[in-house]
Design a protein around this ligand. Structure first.
Ligand SMILES: *Cc1c(COP(=O)(O)O)cnc(C)c1O
Length: 533
């Protein structure tokens, strides 16, 4: 079995081997690279020269001057430095910040931190096409607005903001403008002058460089103000203290240099791959490709898959495809994407969304494997929800380690998915709903005191489906009273459910009890349904 296809480049990209080679050259006892601040010896000077060469490469990628690049630990730090640093510098003008609901947490959280200090924060809601429009931004600016922070390319949807138009609005009102370009630097041409931005955040590990290094572009002429957030040895012209991470910086420079030469061809190749994937899935009903008609980059697509629970979708893909991960098995933890909801998707649709993000080494063969896997998993999960038996549809070979061996086993088999035709001796009962993260529907055929057949339909995480399958086998042939006495705790123990997975067992149990509670009414109306209370 080959390794899963890596389709999560929006989360992080593998480091390009050429980048690794450049980094290794400045590491180790024979590399002759010291602390770049130690200008009194050759090793320090050599390191300083390597840093400055890399600074030039990063600057060139975005049309900036080398002195306008401040190295940070990543885009999170760059965003914090820009928002808190510009905030502190310009707060005398007013303490109002404008950002958007669809920003990355690395912008939303520093914004919230300013808010906690008494700032007023406006969070714009994009139009249905994902765009923040220039007039919408203009209307949000106030005399006391100190800073606007909007991202270039969204990390969940790949949608592109018209930064040049938004920058023009800010400049006309003399408001500083910060752009989180973590997802765009590897994908779109960037020219900070043409975009009219004052600060721009970059991250190396989103474009085939190492993790733990990024940069903030800070416009020099006219100078954009910035209060340092890290104080120490005065590195980076006092804007970010701390010994420069020479190997990381060299890696980021090498990654930028590769992009300058190869980005355009790479994006064309990724666009063709995404088209291949979409074409491969075109006949599957109820797929909603987010932002289908809006400007977006090729390497990030989000697709909302109707009728499947994301937990089971992701878990089923575990051995085949690495895609944007969901969270633990519960409605409370598995919050649907706030970004997708801000675009107008209802929480249930947003919950079934998957981010597909191919990259530099993704092949056509990989894409075909992903399409086949998605098709199989979607079909199987939709069958389970519709009560169509899945005995002929192969289950996944493995599940994530969060699920016990017992859950994995039951989830793979899932016998007794199905319906029973309505009849006087058939008891039906349901519990849960998509908003609760799961639902289960039982059909129980009873004869006398016994349950002679148990069939279920279900939608939810693997623990829900496994618990229903376990329960179906357990109660078939059993006395009604014994079935009613079955507890969620017993189910949880038998299946090794833990944490939030236990709520799955409770929904299965509730549904079963709802079915069994109907036995009296059925017994009164039909002679052959005599499961007494
Ligand atoms: C990844 C990402 C960040 C955070 O970057 P780090 O370098 O991991 O700190 C910020 N913003 C966006 C849009 C991102 O995609």
């Amino acid at each position: 079995m080959s390794a899963p296809v890596y389709l999560d480049h929006a989360a992080t990209t593998p480091v390009d081997p050429r980048v690794i080679a450049a980094m290794l050259a400045v590491m180790g006892p024979d590399s002759g690279h010291g602390n770049p601040a130690a200008v009194q010896h050759a090793s320090g000077q050599r390191a300083g020269a390597a840093v400055e060469a890399a600074r030039g490469q990063v600057a060139r990628l975005i049309g900036a001057e080398p002195r306008e690049i401040v190295f940070t630990s990543g885009a999170t730090e760059a965003n914090n430095l820009a928002i808190k640093g510009a905030g502190a510098f310009y707060q005398a003008r007013g303490r109002h910040l404008v950002t958007a609901l669809t920003e990355h947490p690395a912008v939303l959280e520093p914004a919230a931190a300013l808010e906690a200090q008494g700032w007023s924060v406006t969070r714009l809601r994009p139009a249905a096409d994902g765009r923040i429009h220039a007039d919408q931004l203009a209307a949000a600016l106030r005399p006391d607005t100190a800073l606007v922070s909007l991202m270039h390319v969204n990390n969940e949807t790949g949608l592109i903001q018209d930064i040049a138009a938004l920058g023009t609005v800010c400049r006309a009102r003399d408001v500083r403008f910060h752009v989180d370009a973590a997802q765009s630097a590897g994908r779109l041409p960037i020219d900070v002058r043409a975009l009219a931005v004052d600060y721009l955040s970059l991250s190396a590990h989103k474009c085939y460089g190492p993790q733990g290094i990024g940069a903030l572009y800070v416009r020099d002429r006219p100078r954009a103000g910035l209060a340092a957030q890290m104080h120490g040895g005065g590195q980076e012209r006092g804007r970010r203290a701390g010994t420069l991470a020479v190997h990381q910086i060299v890696g980021m420079g090498a990654a930028a240099a590769i992009l300058i030469g190869e980005r355009e061809a790479e994006q064309a190749r990724l666009a063709a791959l995404m088209t291949r994937l979409e074409t491969g899935l075109a006949d599957i009903p109820d797929l909603l490709w987010i932002g289908a008609d809006a400007p977006r980059v090729a390497g990030i697509r989000n697709v909302a898959i109707g009728g499947v629970a994301r937990e089971s979708l992701l878990a089923s893909l575990w051995d085949t495809v690495a895609v944007a991960t969901g969270s633990a098995c519960s409605a409370a933890d598995g919050e649907p994407s706030a970004v997708l909801q801000a675009l107008g998707l209802d929480p249930v649709t947003a919950q079934g969304a998957l981010r597909l993000s191919p990259g530099r080494w993704t092949s056509e063969r990989d894409i075909d494997r992903v399409a086949a896997a998605l098709r199989g998993v979607i079909t199987r999960l939709r069958h389970i929800a519709a009560g169509e038996p899945v005995d002929d549809l192969p289950g996944p070979t493995g599940l994530p380690p969060a699920y016990s061996a017992a859950v994995t086993d039951w989830f793979r088999r899932l016998s007794r998915v199905g319906h029973l035709a309505p009849a006087p001796n058939v008891l039906q009962g349901a519990a849960g709903e998509p908003r609760q993260g799961a639902w289960v529907y039982w059909d129980l055929a009873v004869a006398g005191r016994r349950i002679v057949q148990a069939r279920f339909r279900a939608w939810g995480c693997p623990a829900t489906l496994a618990a229903a399958a376990w329960c179906a086998e357990r109660v078939e042939g059993q006395d009604c009273a014994a079935a009613a006495a079955l507890t969620g705790a017993e189910m949880a123990a038998a299946l090794g459910l833990h944490g939030a997975q236990r709520s799955a067992a409770l929904i299965v149990e509730d549904a079963l009890n709802n079915a069994l509670a109907k036995r009296t009414r059925h017994a009164l109306s039909a002679q052959d349904a005599t499961c007494p209370s």
